[in-house]
Design a protein around this ligand. Structure first.
Ligand code: SUG
Length: 450
């Protein structure tokens, strides 16, 4: 296997879409339930996200963007039997059951790019290409409609088929339910020679396993296995591990709520994975001396605090000089136990040199911290140079996006807006302008016609 040093990890953040709202659509995600019905501010949410991207880029780390999806999804509403012109389709969906289906079809949930796909870098695959599988997100209906559009968007960006394979989302509905990179962590030994892909899963579709009792497990073991197979990963690079059911019941609906890893460093809560001591010895055995693991125990950092303040949903970023930076949500600064954990990491792991807290509260209120907002894509310089759109952030692109958001985004969205045809026409014009800024071509249904 070639050295991991030939790769640079590019952060692909999801741009928050103009329908960002709090609809309480995700059972088991505490923040989503708590915020249901609160007013949202899409403009502020998108600017918070863009400021985070700009901050990361200024650390010397390559940063790119993924566009929002077309919402409300008229394609989904029509597939559910609403008919007629766009106006009629929206109006009848708005009238149906208090607008619930319209809210499901309008969520800006594509912003959480950690759920966009699972990515395997070209250094780790048998065919030497970088593989991406868009997540099917079948556990939550409002997210299950993302996969089809995501495949189209990823194919526009990772267009060079000699370098990239963008698979279809997995078939099979709940049997192969897949939530993308939020349950996947790639680690490597200090010298980069040994690589471990941890695929964490919460349920098995075939074969009984003790699972969570209060909240749904979202990632199926069978889905993780299928992705490793399709990505042509060698068996000695993979490690399938169960999420701790108590952690899921405590609000860790994705692994990245209680764990984050990068390079040869893993930070995790003791309730992130089953049998944490055996996980540690397995990783030490495979990654050797340089591997470091920092656990948080429940008495120092109860799961309830970790879920409320998201210290593990930080971005653990490697700078060009090999040192690490933690980019944490502001909420973790304000929670004494969460902050103490992050400060312990900086104090005890020599290569973690900086800790920054950023405000991404609009996203946090729906259960998405800094790490949820980004997909990590390790690329070689050649692969980075081959991307098929203008998605890598530069000063110019940053300015163009800030101007576009400030001019175009509403500062408030509620249920009445979503059924208003004039408002929706404005949203589509907003997205149409974005595809020109990002040179993406016609990725949206409304641009492609029937
Ligand atoms: O899938 N929230 C998302 C949050 C995803 C966070 N991502 C990671 N942990 N990687 C979810 O539960 C809430 C939408 C609403 O309730 O309006 C929502 O979809």
């Amino acid at each position: 296997m070639s050295s991991a040093r030939t790769l640079q990890e590019v952060q692909f953040d999801g741009l928050v879409g103009p329908t960002h709202n709090y609809a309480g659509l995700s059972p088991g995600n505490m923040a989503s339930a708590r915020s249901a019905g609160e007013p949202s501010n899409p403009r502020l949410a998108a600017l918070e996200g863009l400021r985070k991207m700009a901050f990361v880029r200024r650390l010397g780390i390559p940063q790119a963007v993924l566009p929002p999806h077309e919402r409300p999804s008229l394609h989904t509403l029509r597939a559910l039997g609403f008919t007629g012109s766009d106006e009629e389709t929206l109006a009848s969906a708005a009238r149906h059951e208090g607008g619930h289906l319209l809210r499901l079809a309008s969520s800006a949930s594509a912003m959480w790019a950690a759920n966009a796909a699972t990515v395997t870098p070209s250094t780790d695959t048998r065919d030497g290409r970088c593989h991406l599988t868009p997540a099917n997100l079948t556990t939550m209906f409002h997210r299950s409609i993302e996969g089809r559009e995501r495949a189209r968007i990823l194919r526009a960006i990772f267009a060079d088929q000699a370098r990239f394979v963008v698979h279809d989302p997995l078939p099979g509905g709940a049997h192969f339910s897949d939530e993308g990179a939020a349950n996947h962590t790639r680690l490597h030994s200090g010298d980069g020679e040994n690589v471990v892909h941890i695929f964490a899963w919460g349920k098995r579709s075939w074969g009984a396993m003790p699972g969570p009792v209060r909240h749904p497990a979202r990632q199926a073991f069978e889905a993780s296995e299928a992705i490793a197979r399709a990505h042509q990963l060698r068996a000695d690079c993979t490690l399938f591990w169960q999420q701790q059911p108590e952690g899921i019941d405590g609000g860790s609906f994705h692994t990245d709520v209680l764990a984050v890893g990068s390079g040869s460093l893993l930070l995790a809560h003791r309730q992130a994975f089953t049998d944490p001591d055996r996980l540690e010895s397995t990783l030490r055995g495979r990654l050797g001396e340089g591997f470091e693991l920092v656990w948080a125990a429940n008495d120092a950092l109860p799961v309830a605090d970790a879920v409320a303040a998201y210290p593990f949903n930080s971005q653990l970023l490697e700078r060009p000089d090999g040192t690490f930076v933690l980019v944490a949500p502001l909420d973790a600064k304000e929670n004494e136990r969460a902050r103490a954990f992050l400060e312990r990491v900086v104090g005890s792991v020599g290569r973690v040199k900086e800790l920054h807290f950023l405000d991404v509260r609009q996203s946090m209120r729906n259960g998405g911290g800094p790490a949820c907002l980004r997909l990590r894509v390790p690329l070689t310089a050649g692969e980075l140079g081959s991307l098929g759109a203008r998605v890598v952030l530069t000063d110019d692109l940053e300015r163009a996006l800030e101007d576009w958001i400030s001019r175009r985004y509403p500062d408030r969205v509620d249920a009445a807006h979503l059924g208003d045809p004039a408002f929706v026409r404005g949203l589509f014009e907003t997205l149409d302008e974005l595809t020109s800024i990002l040179k993406l071509g016609s990725i949206y249904d409304f641009q492609r016609g029937p």
